[in-house]
Ligand binder design. Structure first.
Ligand SMILES: [Zn+2]
Ligand SMILES: [Zn+2]
Ligand SMILES: [Zn+2]
Length: 217
């Protein structure tokens, strides 16, 4: 007989090795397959075949061993891969942005105390008004509505004070403070990122919150 061991991935033969006969015992060192197993990150199957010596006809076939490397699974959507690189780039492309958000105006004031405490928008005319005075930030927006707003109705004495507090930093940047810093923070631990670089955000997530993103199966 011919006795061969065959290593397969997904039904495709990767490597074959012959069993060596010593007396009545056929033996094979699995070391033959070491490099191939190491190189392949997918699930492998090791099988053995007995073939007739003359015609090389298949007489018997048996599966010997399943070799499964740990599968990495995204905890957020179920995406899975045997390659850590795949799962990392998946996290970066699909999920990273949901874990990072802009700093609020209040948080940005830690870096620049000249920034206003609040930004208000007049509900009558849409004017944006800075609230610079920490102890009384609404003074300016109130006086705008009471005295200057072209749309507020002051015919029956004082106009009703109506304004919105603007918290969207993009809106503030567009309409009031063009050079408002684009600092962001980690939603999980509140760490601030002054650098807008996504790679830095990813690095932080993997160093500090890796277990939030994927697991080994
Ligand atoms: Zn995912
Ligand atoms: Zn107004
Ligand atoms: Zn964090």
């Amino acid at each position: 007989y011919n006795f061969v061991a065959i290593l397969e991935a997904d039904g495709q033969k990767l490597q074959e090795a012959k069993f060596i006969r010593k007396g009545i015992i056929y033996g094979l060192l699995l070391n033959h397959f070491y490099d191939t197993i190491n190189k392949n990150k997918e699930a492998l199957a090791l099988g053995a075949k007995i073939l007739s010596l003359k015609e090389n006809r298949l007489l018997y076939e048996i599966k010997v061993l399943d070799i499964a490397p740990p599968l990495l699974r995204c905890k957020l959507c179920g995406f899975a891969s045997y390659e850590r690189e795949d799962i990392i780039s998946h996290i970066k492309q699909v999920h990273l942005q949901k874990f990072v958000e802009p700093l609020t105006l209040e948080e940005l004031r830690e870096y620049d105390s000249n920034l206003p405490v609040k930004i208000y928008k007049c509900s009558y005319c849409g004017l944006y008004v800075r609230g610079d005075d920490p102890s009384n930030p609404t003074t300016l927006i109130c006086s705008h509505i009471e005295e200057y707003c072209p749309k507020a109705d002051r015919s029956k004495g004082l106009a009703k004070i109506m304004f919105r507090v603007i918290t969207d930093t993009d809106e503030i940047r567009k309409n009031v403070i063009p050079d408002l810093p684009r600092f962001r923070k980690c939603k999980l631990c509140r760490k601030h990122f002054k650098n807008p670089n996504e790679e830095e955000h990813l690095k932080h997530m993997l160093e500090v919150h890796e277990e939030e993103f994927y697991l080994y199966e």
